[in-house]
Structures are given as C-alpha cells and as structure tokens.
Design a protein around this ligand. Structure first.
Ligand code: 6PG
Length: 434
C-alpha cells in the first residue's frame, strides 16, 4: 500500500525537522511556509515545497488531505482559518505546537462544525527530537488518531527498553495538549532542581564548573536513577568553555531563565483543579525572580551577602547526598504532574492512561529518563492497583525515607552556605507534608 501523503504547514525549526523526519520514513510530504526564505531553505534541504496553500492542497489530488500545522502559538488560529479554506469534509488537521489545551478544545469544535477532523498533538524534544524522533502526545477522536497513527508511530522516538514508539492515543479533544502541559510543568521542576544542585555543589564545595559537570556525568551513567537527557546536557553544558577563552561558558551566561509560559498553564490548570504542585510553582517563581536581574544586582551591591564554603565533609560524601536528594526531589515533580493529569482526566473525561503517558516519555521528550519513566509506567500499569500518589509505589517508597533525610541535609547545607534552593525546598516540604 502506498504511504500516506501529508503537508507540513510552517517550516520553522520544528516544522522543517518534522517534515524531514516524515520524509525519511518514506511518506510523501510537501511543505509550505508563508515567508519565502523558509521555503527556499526547505527546498535546499531536499523537501518538496509548495508556494501556496492551494498548491499544497492540490498535491493530494482526490486523496484525503492531512495538514500538519506547526506554527507559533499566537499564529495558530489564523493559519487554521487560512488552511481550512483548502480542506474538504473528512480531511485531517494535526496541530502540533505548544497550544493551551482549552484552545485546542475550542478548535476541535470549530473543526467539527466544518466536518474536519482535528488532532491536537503535543510534541516534545526540541529540534533534534523533531528531526530524529520526538515524543508525541496526541488527542482527538480515536478514529482520527488511527488514521494518522502510521505516520506518528513511524516518526516518534523508540523507547530503549522495547523499541516501542513514544506516542499513543490520549483521549478526546484537548487531551494531548493537556498531557503536554503536565510534561512541561514537570520539566520546569526538574530543570530548576538540577540547576540548584549544580550551583550548590559549586558554591558550597568550592568546585569549578568542570568538576561539577564531572559529578553530573557520573549521575548520567546508564543504570543510574538520575540518568536522563536533562542531566546529560547540564553535565556537558557546564564543562563547555567560553568561546573567548575566558573560562567556562556558564560563568558568562546571564543567570536569567525566561519562559514562553507553558509552565504558567500548568499552574493555572492546577489551581482550577485544586491539585497541589508546589515544586512546579516554585520553579515558575524562581524563573520569574531570575529575570529581575537589575534589582538583584542592586540589592547585592547594597547588602552584599556572599555565599560561603561550608564544612560538609568530603566531595564524594556530599555529592552522594546531593544525588539522592535530587532523585526524591525529582520524584515530587513527576508525582505532581501525574496527579494533575489524573485530576484533569477525571474532570474532562479524557480517560488518559497514566502508564502509557509515562511510557511515551521514556524517549524523545525533554524529561526523558528511560529507567525512571519505565518504573513510573509500571506503577500505573495495573488499573486496579494504581497508587494514590506516585511516591506510594513500592520501589519509590523504599528509597523515600533515606531520600528525604538526604534532601533535608542538602537543603540545610544550602541554607548554611547562603545558596537559595527554593525548588528543592518546595520539593522537600511537599514530600514531608505528605
Ligand atoms: C519540549 C519543551 C519545549 C520547550 C517549550 C517550553 O517538550 O520540547 O517543553 O516545548 O521547552 O518551548 O518553553 P518555556 O519553558 O519557555 O515555557
């Protein structure tokens, strides 16, 4: 059977890489971008490119049209409207940007009124993921999903444990984008805590970035519970030299973390659902505070509190504590994100399968941590025995007692040395309060 035809609308970094990935898997794909520059670039990359939406639509002949829209969140409504003019009843739209799931719900209704089929799909993994295998979180009708499953399954990342594609059907309407906002909330928490631990190791032990990077490198070894994409890129990034030979790049990077705001959606949704997600909240607040650079610099000049090296035993001993502390702290972020999915799934009747969600996060996405996510997916495998909270799952319970003690030791050390660790503190308090 000939492979399906598909059009990629929007050839920005994500769109072009997804299109090339789809092409590599033997599908007949055409790209379109409103701006000419990106069309030229895509042609150079070997893609078939249309100069108008009309031409892209014509590419399908009498076959069912599948238009994958991959544009910035602000442009989605306009592009959908323009695209719909060239679609016929029964055609499919996949919208793969970072969209707020309630916008997706609205768009699903809009598409249904036109007789179109709509799939809102969260796509994670950045440009490299898009090119070589993202994790995909689709929502829509089951029939719609089935009709494009061959494409999604072909291009998705494959999990190292069983080579299964990191994509599955999540539920109707905005279910896919809802899962993606939980993913991003977890990402906010984990990223912030890795940063805090790295900074604390540096300041309290008096290490340089290379030494901290080396510690993280060890934590990224295959069977380590912390082994993950985010630990790996932090280990590499910290050891990177500045291009002007001034030392480590990290010493010259502004300590500011901006955001497109996907974590805000997570927080707002958690408020609506009354789900406690303090680790994720704290990561958002920490990012916001980081942007107040001028204020922080002024306060530092006026008050000038310094961080200090403290006597916390040897490097190996403290980094072992930090390792365990980060592990249980990370669990808190996952527990909160999964709780949010559970509550949303109940409220909006999505029927989301938490075990599948965790399975699909084993590879491709930003929070990929194959061993941990495999264990999480096992926790939710048996529908009758699902833990009320992730930390109640046997293997996690076992390490929790000692892990919380280590997290307490690490956050106390941070206080003593004057390093703020608001997200680790929130994680500790969340676990302790539970
Ligand atoms: C991913 C990422 C990706 C990106 C977002 C978040 O899963 O590939 O989550 O979507 O990080 O753009 O942006 P903010 O962190 O700026 O909200």
């Amino acid at each position: 059977m000939p492979k399906q035809k598909i059009a990629m609308i929007g050839l920005g970094p994500m769109g072009i890489n997804l299109a090339l990935n789809i092409k590599d898997h033997g599908f007949d794909i055409i790209g379109y971008n409103r701006g000419e520059e990106k069309r030229v670039k895509a042609r150079k990359e070997g893609l078939k490119v249309a100069d108008s939406l009309e031409e892209a639509a014509g590419f399908f002949g009498s076959e069912k049209r599948i238009f994958w829209v991959m544009v910035d969140a602000e442009a989605v409504d306009l592009v959908l409207k323009q695209t719909a003019e060239y679609l016929r009843e029964g055609d499919v739209i996949i919208e793969g940007g970072n969209s707020y799931f309630k916008d997706t719900e609205r768009r699903v209704k809009w598409a249904e009124e036109k007789g179109l089929t709509y799939i809102g799909a969260g796509v994670s993994g950045g440009e490299a993921g898009a090119r070589y295998g993202p994790s995909i979180m689709p929502g829509g009708t089951k029939e719609a999903y089935n009709s494009v499953a061959p494409i999604l399954e072909a291009i998705a990342a494959k999990a190292p444990q069983d080579n299964k594609p990191c994509v599955s059907y999540n539920g109707h309407g905005g279910a896919g984008h809802f899962v993606k906002i939980a993913h991003n909330g977890i990402e906010y928490g984990v990223m912030a805590m890795i940063g805090e631990v790295a900074w604390l190791l540096k300041e309290s032990l008096g290490l340089d970035f290379k030494e901290v990077g080396k510690i993280l490198e060890k934590w990224n070894k295959k069977n380590d519970v912390l082994s993950s994409y985010l630990i790996g890129i932090t280990a590499d990034g910290l050891q990177q030299k500045d291009s002007k030979s001034r030392g480590f790049l990290a010493d010259y990077v502004a300590d500011i973390t901006r955001m497109k705001g996907t974590g805000m959606w997570t927080a707002n949704t958690a408020n609506e659902l009354l789900v406690p997600i303090p680790t994720i909240y704290s990561a958002i607040t920490s990012r916001l505070q980081s942007t107040e650079k001028a204020l922080r610099t002024e306060i530092n000049k006026k008050i000038g509190i310094k961080t200090k090296k403290i006597k916390i035993g040897n490097k190996n001993g403290f980094s072992a504590l930090a390792h365990n502390a980060l592990y249980v702290a990370n669990l808190s972020s996952y527990a909160q994100g999964l709780d949010l999915i559970k509550a949303g799934s109940k409220k909006w009747n999505y029927g989301i399968n938490l075990s599948n969600v965790a399975k699909d996060w084993r590879a491709g996405c930003i929070i990929r941590a194959p061993a941990l996510l495999h264990a999480i997916s096992e926790a939710y495998k048996d529908k009758k025995k699902q833990p009320e909270n992730l930390i109640l799952h046997g293997p996690f319970m076992k390490i929790l007692g000692k892990g919380i003690e280590d997290l307490a030791a690490v956050t106390s050390a941070a206080r003593e040395s004057g390093v703020p660790v608001p997200v680790l503190d929130a994680a500790y308090n969340y676990l302790k309060q539970l």
